[in-house]
Each structure stands twice: as C-alpha cells, then as structure tokens.
Write a protein that binds this ligand. Structure first.
Ligand code: URC
Length: 323
C-alpha cells in the first residue's frame, strides 16, 4: 500500500495529498554513503571502525516536493555533519547502536521527521601480526565479507536489520541437482556431483520492542559472529539437493539457535561451474576442470521466518534486492 504524508507530518496510509490527479507517494531523503573511519585511541592499542553510513528522513516533506518550500528540510549536508559530530560526541562501538543513536536524534529533534532509515556498510580490519604479535595501530583489511546494518524507525517502532554481503563460498562436492521436471526446452543433465558456489547476501531482523519502547539490548557483535559461523558450518555440512534446500537449512539453523532474531532473508546467486569438455583433446574430465560461469546465474531470494512473529514490511522497504 502506498505511503502518503498528511499535513501533520505523519506517514499516512490510505490518504492522499493530490495535485490534480498526481499524488506524492512514499519518499525519503538524506545523505548517502558518508564514509567514516573512527579510531579509538584512549590507550596505545588503537581500535578502528570503518563505516559507510546513510541517513534518510521520512515525514512531513510534501511541501518541499510540491511547492519548493524548504522550511522543513533539514539539509542533507546537516545530516552528514551530524554523523561525523556524533562519531566524536556519541560514539557506540557497534554500527547498530550508532545508527540507533542517529535515528533517535533525528526523530527526537526534527519536528518533521516522523521516522527514517539509517544504514551502514562496515569494512573489517584486523591487526597486522608483526614480530610475532598483533600490532597496536597497524591493520590490514579483511576481505571475506562486508557487514551491514540498517535501523528503521516507523510508527514508533525501532527495527534493527543486520547482515553481511559478498561472502563467497564454494563446495567442490556434496551437491546434487536431480528430479526436476523436463519439458522440450530442458537440456540440463541431472547431476549427483557438482560444484555449489554462491555469494551470500543475508540480512537478519531482530525481534523488535513494542512501539514507543527502545529496541531490546542485544550483543550485535556476538550475534553477527554466530550467524556467520552457523551459515558457513551449515553450508559445509549440508549435503545439498539444491541451493534452495541449502538456504533453508541455513536459515532454519540460525533461527533455531538465535532466539533474538525474528527472520532472516537471503539473496544468493547460483554461481554455476560448467564441466569443461576435454574430449576433443582425448582427455577425461572426472569433475576436475570447470569453466567458472559469469552470467546468467540462478538467483534465489529467500525469507525464513520464525513462526508467530509479526511481519515488519517497514524494516525491509528500500533495502535493495530483498523481497
Ligand atoms: O540448486 C539449483 N536450483 C535450481 O533451481 C536450479 N536450476 C538450475 O538450472 N540449476 C539449479 N540448481
């Protein structure tokens, strides 16, 4: 259902502000991709947090779109400055908590902001080992995945969605794909031994507090580590009958082990590996030489939900790729 703004600045459903027959629908605005590196240097052993932060306000902005009146428009430049100032004044160790602080600030102090979305990518760094020990202030980027976090405040509810992307995994056997229907366009042979590879994008939503109450206190770092470990372990240990079955097994395991999560969503391409035909050269190829496919690729968008948890469409709106 479309979201429309009423005169009091509340996101309304089922009402309209029309100009002729044209209506302003869902909208948000702010500053995207504010690159922020925060060093904690209270002791000689420094810590680094490397974020790409986006701040987007939602609320009473119809006049700005319709008449050009900017009286309610907190400049995107101000939103950017607030992010940097808060990194000094109101810093939190995790992206999730820092985004909550930003969201609560904007919703609490900007009269026209009824809600919004604050999200971040987080790039990992680990200490360089030098002289046999982890260095105090020299780091090397970790390459496995990018961590993500998104806070949405809407109708008084604080939604937290954490995640990761670009986590590329492959198993060289333990994967099959058989039993699928065949029609006159089907050429794919059945296989009981293939490579299974994907680049994992996953986002998990925490069980929210009721409207008007702060999000429950959670150890976001520990949950991230647990989700990643369970994901990798289940990918490795599941004998795969399809990528879809593997994805559900991962989601089921994560929700069974982590009660603080309400649901987890995945975007996973099937990164096909085609057996190279070496017969023209008189060579056999028993699953040893593959052509790594680029495109097209299979694509699985999957939601795994804890039964009984209310859906939260606001938490997912505008998060690209998730359905
Ligand atoms: O795991 C898979 N699921 C599919 O739906 C599919 N379709 C296909 O061509 N290969 C595969 N593999």
């Amino acid at each position: 259902m479309e979201k429309i703004l009423d005169g009091a600045g509340i996101m309304q459903k089922d009402t309209t502000i029309a100009s002729g027959s044209v209506v302003l629908g869902a909208n948000q605005y702010g500053k995207a991709e504010v690159r922020l590196v925060r060093i904690e240097r209270d002791t000689p052993r420094h810590a680094i947090t490397d974020l790409n932060v986006t701040s987007l306000l939602r609320g009473d902005y119809a006049d700005c779109y319709r008449t050009g009146d900017n009286a309610h428009v907190l400049a995107t430049d101000t939103q950017k400055n607030t992010i940097y100032a808060f990194a000094k004044e109101r810093w939190s160790a995790t992206a999730e908590e820092f985004l909550l602080t930003l969201g609560r600030h904007f919703v609490g102090t900007v009269p026209w902001a009824a809600g919004g979305r604050w999200d971040a990518e987080q790039f990992g760094w680990e200490r360089i080992t030098a002289g046999g020990s982890a260095h105090d202030h020299s780091f090397v980027r970790t390459g496995q995945e990018v961590r993500t976090a998104a806070v949405t405040i809407e109708d008084g509810v604080e939604h937290i969605v954490a995640g990761l992307k670009d986590l590329v995994v492959l198993k060289s056997t333990g994967s099959e794909f058989t039993g699928f229907p065949r029609d006159k366009y089907t050429t794919l042979p059945e296989t009981t031994d293939r490579i299974l590879a994907t680049s994992v994008t996953a986002r998990w939503r925490y069980v929210p507090a009721p409207a008007g109450e702060p999000a429950p206190a959670v150890d976001y770092d520990a949950t991230f580590a647990a989700v990643k470990a369970l994901l990798l372990e289940t990918f490795a240990d599941t004998h795969s009958l399809s990528l879809q079955q593997t994805i559900f097994a991962i989601g089921e395991r994560i929700l069974n082990e982590l009660p603080q999560l309400a649901e987890i969503r995945f975007v996973m391409p099937n990164k096909h590996h085609y057996l190279a035909d070496l017969s023209p050269f008189g060579l056999e190829n028993p699953n040893e030489v593959f052509i790594a496919g680029d495109r097209p690729y299979g694509l699985m968008n999957t939601t795994v939900t804890r039964a009984g948890q209310a859906e939260a469409p606001a938490a997912w709106e505008f998060l690209g790729g998730f359905c």
